[in-house]
Ligand binder design. Structure first.
Ligand SMILES: C[S@@+](CC[C@H](N)C(=O)[O-])C[C@H]1O[C@@H](n2cnc3c(N)ncnc32)[C@H](O)[C@@H]1O
Length: 235
């Protein structure tokens, strides 16, 4: 991120703090992960939650055959989520926001600054799910617009979608074998989902999964940048 953009999203204090952390990190953590961690730590302090940090799945007890296809926990940077959600056209008042692979819930709280009807997170790790429930209980924000946040513990590939319209968020949670089932569920549910969108983030992480999503005939690409794609449901 350029200095100008860092000043825009983090202010002078946050940019100086990040530069300091980078110098004393001695190259141990990649710069983009370090900046995301710092941004999430600040979000956590301001909102009474605990969502920062990276957790590899082999450190978690997950009793699911699809564990091998999942990606580690790491929360999205709040400014990035704001940017992506601001790109969804029209009013969000009637939409349900669903984060598949929601971990400790970072994105659920970030999305609550938008006027969604309801927010749902689906996470298959019982430990991360328990952290998300604690966070839902403790979360506070003066700019909160959605007060209905729920967390569900289960396989995101098997999730049965509620009535639309939706804004679905997938931060590269799993690879193609899980996506095949997720896509079948979406294809079945999309009939009631006019005016719905799917945000796919970190497209470079699991390229085959990103390509699989890109090939789904009921999704039309409406926005693309370095790391994320936004699709509209069609047909
Ligand atoms: C990169 S993290 C994203 C966390 C959150 N969505 C965010 O962007 O802040 C991916 C998450 O997906 C979860 N996950 C992986 N496979 C899953 C599956 N089949 N069902 C539900 N969650 C899954 C992981 O446990 C992890 O918490």
């Amino acid at each position: 991120m350029s200095l100008h953009n860092s000043l825009r999203v983090r202010g002078v204090g946050g940019t100086i703090q990040l530069a300091y952390r980078r110098v004393f990190n001695f190259g141990k953590t990649p710069p983009h992960i370090l900046s995301r961690m710092l941004d999430l730590e600040k979000f956590d302090r301001e909102h009474g939650v605990e969502t920062a940090g990276l957790i590899e799945l082999d450190r978690l007890r997950i009793d699911s055959p699809v564990k091998i296809h999942g990606t580690r926990y790491g929360g999205m940077a709040p400014w990035r989520m704001r940017e992506l959600l601001s790109r969804i056209p029209g009013s969000l008042c009637g939409h349900t926001f669903i984060d598949i692979g929601s971990g400790k819930g970072a994105v659920l709280f970030q999305a609550s600054a938008f006027p969604f009807r309801k927010i749902i997170g689906v996470e298959f790790s019982p430990e991360l799910h328990a952290a998300a429930l604690r966070n839902i209980h403790n979360f506070h924000s003066r700019t909160r617009k959605c007060h209905d946040i729920a967390a569900i513990c289960g396989d995101g590939g098997a999730f049965e979608y509620p009535e639309g319209p939706w804004v679905l968020f997938f931060n590269s949670p799993f690879d193609v074998p899980v996506w095949r089932r997720a896509a079948e569920n979406l294809a079945r549910a999309k009939r009631g989902a006019g005016n719905s969108y799917l945000i796919y983030s970190n497209v470079g992480w699991l390229p085959e999964a990103a390509a699989f999503v890109h090939s789904l005939d009921f999704l039309k690409l409406v926005h693309e940048d370095d790391t994320s794609r936004i699709y509209e449901f069609v047909g």
